[in-house]
Design a protein around this ligand. Structure first.
Ligand code: CA
Length: 236
């Protein structure tokens, strides 16, 4: 598997390239956003993107990458601001890791992201979905329509563009609407079994979903427990 690492800091890129190599990954390393965008033309299997780059804002690199391909993107960032991460996820990044992190943790994320994106690609290559089947496969929740076969979401008949992970999160919550799904259960199912570590990424994805669905009432927080999907305005 070929990774494109866009990272200006050699003190991070060096050990990372070496560590990932031990796990069998081939790493192409570039130090600027411009070089990264040029190198992305050689179709890497996954992009590791530092947000703090010397020539461009990493978020702009993310947007440009996503505009031209569906390559999985994991942001690596020293920035503490939740806002950056949420914007990155909205721009189409699949996940993020905050520095400092271990190679083993990064490898777990790479495998999780790859599994998900490969799964959806396999699904797409299975051929066009018959319109009738599509209608049958769709789950309707108020104005929200979730189609697990085509991995499409519509709200009031309008397409909602979700990242693969956002879709998985929404589909997971929608399996049992109105009931609370615990954070750990969500992390185990939507992220990785036995997910270990901070679950801030879950909050970022929930925030992104709420914004894309246009009403924070779709996903309510059960404080200290988890989240549930509810049709806004419905009494539970
Ligand atoms: Ca940097």
């Amino acid at each position: 598997m070929r990774l494109l690492l866009i990272e200006d800091d050699d003190r991070i890129a060096g050990p990372l390239t070496e560590g990932l190599g031990r796990y069998g990954f081939t790493v192409d390393h570039v130090r600027t956003g411009a070089a990264g965008l040029a190198e992305a033309g050689h179709t890497p299997d996954l992009v590791l993107l530092d947000l703090g780059l010397p020539d461009m804002d990493g978020l702009d690199v993310c947007r440009s990458l996503r505009a031209r391909s569906a390559v999985p993107i994991i942001m690596i960032t020293a920035r503490g601001e939740e806002a950056d991460r949420i914007v990155g996820l909205e721009l189409g990044a699949d996940d993020y890791l905050a520095k400092p992190f271990g190679v083993r943790e990064l490898v777990a994320r790479i495998r999780a992201v790859t599994r998900r994106t490969t799964g959806s690609l396999n699904h797409l290559s299975a051929g066009p979905v018959h319109p009738a089947e599509q209608a049958v496969g769709a789950q309707q929740l108020g104005a929200l329509e979730i189609n697990r076969r085509s991995r499409e979401v519509r709200l009031g008949g309008q397409d909602v563009a979700l990242t693969p992970r956002e879709f998985d999160l929404l589909a997971h919550l929608a399996q049992d609407p109105d009931s609370v799904h615990s954070r750990q259960q969500i992390m185990d199912t939507v992220w990785d079994p036995h997910f270990f570590g901070p679950t801030k990424t879950l909050d970022a994805h929930v925030a992104a979903l709420r914004r894309k669905l246009g009403d924070p009432g779709w996903i309510t927080t059960a404080r200290g427990v988890g989240f549930r999907l509810t049709v806004p305005g419905d009494t539970v």
